[in-house]
Ligand binder design. Structure first.
Ligand SMILES: [Zn+2]
Length: 309
């Protein structure tokens, strides 16, 4: 499943290619026809990510997308449409095409292929959304209810010393008041959420109400690097270690946004992860055999040698 860094990249790309310009929206597959009608012919003002959710603001309407396990956006356009080809679950690369334009000067999109839940088109390109878990139009109250259930997202804080992230909602747009929070606020919320739960720290990291945006890979790798036993109850993780875990996750998610993939082993070589999917092989740090077990429906990976407490 795409982790939070993917959604932040997606929001940034939508801002780059669509925000501030009129767009056309349709649902070639038909399952999002009513929603598409509400978004069609509007001007998307701003896209933002919170954890694994994407929100695109269009006045009082908010388009919400959760990619889930299989969802992805694919972007196509002419030379003026600077976009990464796909964001989300892996998809086959598209072949090149010859751009053609309608009488109004808009690029004519290719006919949709497969089950396209939503297609959004601008003058110079379009994006097709396939396979999302959620694709809905919310009003502001519904939007606030969704984000009210989400824990702090480490990517929604500015760099050290700065309170506001560069990609945040410009002043005056809906939701602004909910986001003027400092790094200390977000970290504090994470620590507070941990003290209120007795589930294991490994389970807590996957709970989007505790921290938003962390998925299976960042969970395994951050706990390994912080030498935390994944089975430790959340409320027994010492505050300084919980704080270090927050910093680690922040760093990893930021690297993910910058690089477009998850790589936690920073030394040269082909190995990208320390423990994720390396069960049964020796730990590169201590030599103990890496273990794996099911935990709340997802596979957990850890090193019993390094992660003892
Ligand atoms: Zn180890």
């Amino acid at each position: 499943m795409p982790e939070g860094h993917t959604l932040h990249r997606l929001a940034a790309q939508i801002n780059t290619v669509f925000a501030g310009h009129l767009w056309r929206v349709s649902s070639p597959q038909g399952r999002f026809s009513a929603g598409a009608e509400r978004l069609d012919g509007q001007v998307p003002q701003h896209a933002e990510a919170w954890g694994k959710h994407l929100f695109v603001h269009l006045g009082p309407a908010v388009w919400q997308v959760h990619l889930g396990l299989y969802g992805a956006f694919s972007f196509r356009g002419d030379a003026d449409f600077a976009a990464e080809a796909t964001i989300g679950a892996p998809r086959a690369a598209a072949v090149t095409f010859e751009p053609a334009y309608d009488d109004g000067g808009w690029l004519i999109p290719e006919p949709p292929k497969g089950a396209v839940r939503a297609r959004v088109s601008g003058r110079h390109g379009w994006a097709d959304l396939r396979g999302p878990t959620t694709c809905a139009v919310l009003d502001l109250a519904e939007y606030q209810a969704v984000i009210g259930r989400l824990g702090p997202d480490p990517l929604r804080q500015g760099p050290p010393g700065q309170d506001m992230p560069s990609q945040e909602t410009p002043a005056g747009l809906p939701g602004q008041g909910l986001r003027g929070r400092t790094e200390a606020d977000l970290r504090g919320a994470f620590l507070h959420n941990l003290t209120r739960r007795r589930i294991s720290i490994a389970a807590a990291l996957m709970d989007q109400a505790v921290i938003a945006g962390v998925g299976n890979i960042y969970r395994a790798e951050s706990l390994f690097l912080e030498r935390l036993d994944p089975h430790t109850p959340s409320n027994q993780v010492a505050p300084e270690r919980a704080s270090a875990l927050w910093d680690r996750l922040t760093e990893q998610l930021r690297d993910g946004v910058a690089e477009g993939r998850i790589r936690t082993v920073r030394t040269r070589g082909s190995r990208r992860h320390w423990v994720y999917k390396h069960q049964g092989t020796p730990c590169k740090r201590c030599g103990a055999v890496i273990e794996a077990a099911e935990l709340v429906g997802r596979r957990l990976y850890w090193c019993p040698g390094c992660q003892r407490d």
